[in-house]
Design a protein around this ligand. Structure first.
Ligand code: PEP
Length: 256
């Protein structure tokens, strides 16, 4: 049984001065009983990490970075390293989000480097993969996903935990979510590639999240699928109470 993860990606949203209100809305909505069964992760912008960590740690919410560099230090303006994150007590980092790939020149090669550095440092990466609409329509989904997986899976061999987020690009921020069946089929493909490359044990224990217009009203149907272990959520994670509702939904299924 894999422990579900509900991860909120805030992107470039929410002010540092709004953090207290966010987490107090979260705390007043979350059910402690449900939350016990779930890994709750929130990824604010880098500028908020220190203060967010001090508030969220009291609520059992894990703070994640939205990125991490492939070097430990150096002349890389605007970047953050795994050593810096760990020094702050941050143990998770999103890597390879499609917005990084689309707007900031992220490639499979740079994703591989970031994953390698994170894994060596014992940071848990949430590694994003996903096809565009044109790629899906041209029947290229499997080829694209396998290429993305091959760019980093070797870096995970013999290392600690990592999380994969399958996020079809056409479903991110568009309101057009993949059906639960389509998501399940793709997650199954990802898990079988994991098994082929890193062995059955790693494939069985690795959490694979679905991302793409997930919200409280559709989360349950994704979580009911065998190979979907949680959600990476953008828009619907921007309110503390809505994020808490999704944590409650993920935990409710495990209460009995
Ligand atoms: C995301 O940012 O990773 C995401 C899935 O966004 P949204 O939930 O808004 O589609």
């Amino acid at each position: 049984m894999r422990r579900p993860v509900i991860a909120g990606n805030w992107k470039m949203n929410i002010l540092p001065s709004e953090l207290e209100a966010y987490f107090s809305a979260y705390a007043s909505t979350v059910s402690e009983q449900c939350a016990d069964f779930v890994d709750k992760v929130v990824a604010p912008p880098t500028s908020h990490l220190f203060i967010a960590q001090s508030i969220a740690s009291k609520l059992g919410v894990i703070i994640s970075s939205q990125n991490v560099h492939w070097e430990d230090s150096g002349a890389f303006t605007g970047e953050v390293s795994s050593k810096m994150l760990l020094d702050l007590g941050i143990q998770y980092a999103i890597i390879g989000h499609s917005e990084r790939r689309q707007f900031f020149g992220e490639t499979n090669r740079t994703v591989g480097g970031r994953v390698a550095n994170a894994m060596k440092a014992n940071l848990i990466p949430i590694i994003c993969i996903g096809e565009t609409e044109e790629e899906r329509e041209s029947g290229l989904t499997e080829k694209i996903l396998v290429g993305q997986l091959e760019s980093f899976l070797n870096e995970c061999e013999g290392q600690g935990d990592f999380i994969i987020a399958y996020e079809p690009v056409w479903a991110i921020g568009t309101g057009k979510s993949a059906t639960a069946e389509t998501a399940q089929e793709t997650h199954e493909l990802i898990r079988s590639k994991l098994s082929e490359t890193l062995g059955r044990n790693v494939a069985d224990r690795t959490r694979i999240l679905y991302g793409g217009s997930v919200k409280p009203s559709n989360l349950k149907e994704y979580l009911e699928q065998n190979d979907i272990d949680g959600g990476l959520v953008g828009g619907a994670s921007l309110k503390g109470d809505t994020f808490a509702q999704m944590v409650n939904i993920a935990g409710e299924g495990l209460l009995n």
